[in-house]
Write a protein that binds this ligand. Structure first.
Ligand code: BT5
Length: 278
């Protein structure tokens, strides 16, 4: 595994023939801590797994694990996350002083940061689908997987994993995903500069994470609401083997989805799979 730090930037550490050049990302990066320690591998099982291992060994807040491909990229509930070459597959170690159940707020925070980068850098109308999807024209371009490690009631660390189909060829994804996914390359009809994108992404993630740790989650949530696709929509939500239909009313202070059921009552969901009703 390559660890690229300010003190270890010698030429021989620069991987050759890689789409992502970690040394170049690190050099121009305007962050205080996110990505200042960057581990790069051409292939991993899952960047989240590697990040967890590093966090357990004491890696500091902001450490990023980045890979060109993942052989066992994961989504929620053990679902497979396709991670061919051309994408940005990364995980960030965070050590916020929060309760474990608040970690889902970090998924929303990261979603706002990614949406902002896609809008500001590429002028793409990226929207957030609760809880962890970023969509462009209704198709998934990014997924977020937030995982925690706890001891008893206390949170040890959080790993926020981000998968962005940046320069991914849609042909390299399984047929079953056709129609429901997209990539930046597809939307922009051309490849993007991965180094610049990564820098912008890490900088925006730090900006929002700083707001988060300054207890500014309310303002992040305000922004999240403006970027959300589901508010006011009629949906079906599957959560804990229960399927329920209703209208999305809001997200609450903890990022849970509030749905008005046909009988008028409100129900709160902390997790679940949402599909739009036609
Ligand atoms: C997610 O799960 O969307 C979270 C994905 C997180 C991936 C990152 S990559 C870096 C880090 N390391 C990991 O191992 N994971 C994280 P979920 O909401 O459960 O969505 C999973 C579903 O998205 C799959 O069942 C597919 O339907 C779809 N999917 C799989 N690969 C995709 C891709 N590359 N692009 C768009 N959709 C995909």
């Amino acid at each position: 595994m390559r660890k690229i730090t300010a003190s270890a930037r010698s030429q021989h550490m620069v991987p050759k023939n890689c789409g992502l050049n970690p040394r170049r990302i690190r050099e121009g990066l305007q962050t205080d801590f996110i990505g200042q320690e960057l581990y790069y591998q051409a292939e991993v099982t899952s960047t989240n797994d590697l990040a967890k291992e590093l966090a357990e060994k004491g890696s500091k807040e902001g450490t990023v694990v980045l890979s060109e491909t993942q052989s066992q990229g994961r989504g929620r509930h053990g679902r497979r996350w396709e991670s061919p070459a051309g994408g940005v597959w990364l995980s960030i170690i965070l050590r916020p002083k929060i309760e474990p159940q608040e970690a889902s707020k970090l998924t929303l925070t990261a979603g706002v940061a990614v949406a902002r980068v896609l809008r500001e850098t590429f002028d793409l109308k990226a929207e957030i689908k609760w809880p962890n999807d970023l969509l462009i024209h209704g198709r998934k371009v990014c997924g977020i997987l937030t995982e925690t490690s706890t001891t008893g009631e206390a949170l040890d660390f959080v790993v926020v994993g981000l998968g962005v189909n940046s320069n991914v060829d849609l042909d390299s994804l399984p047929d079953t995903l056709r129609g429901s996914v997209t990539s930046l390359k597809e939307e922009l009809k051309g490849e993007i500069n991965q180094q610049e994108f990564l820098r912008a992404l890490l900088e925006k993630l730090e900006q929002y994470y700083k707001l988060f740790i300054q207890m500014e989650f309310d303002s992040i949530l305000e922004e999240w609401r403006r970027l959300a696709t589901l508010l006011g929509r009629y949906v079906e939500i599957t959560s804990l083997d229960e399927k329920i239909k209703g209208q999305v009313v809001d997200v609450d202070q903890n990022g849970a989805l509030m749905i008005r059921l046909p009988d008028g009552s409100l129900k709160r969901f902390v997790s679940g799979e949402v599909t739009l009703q036609t």
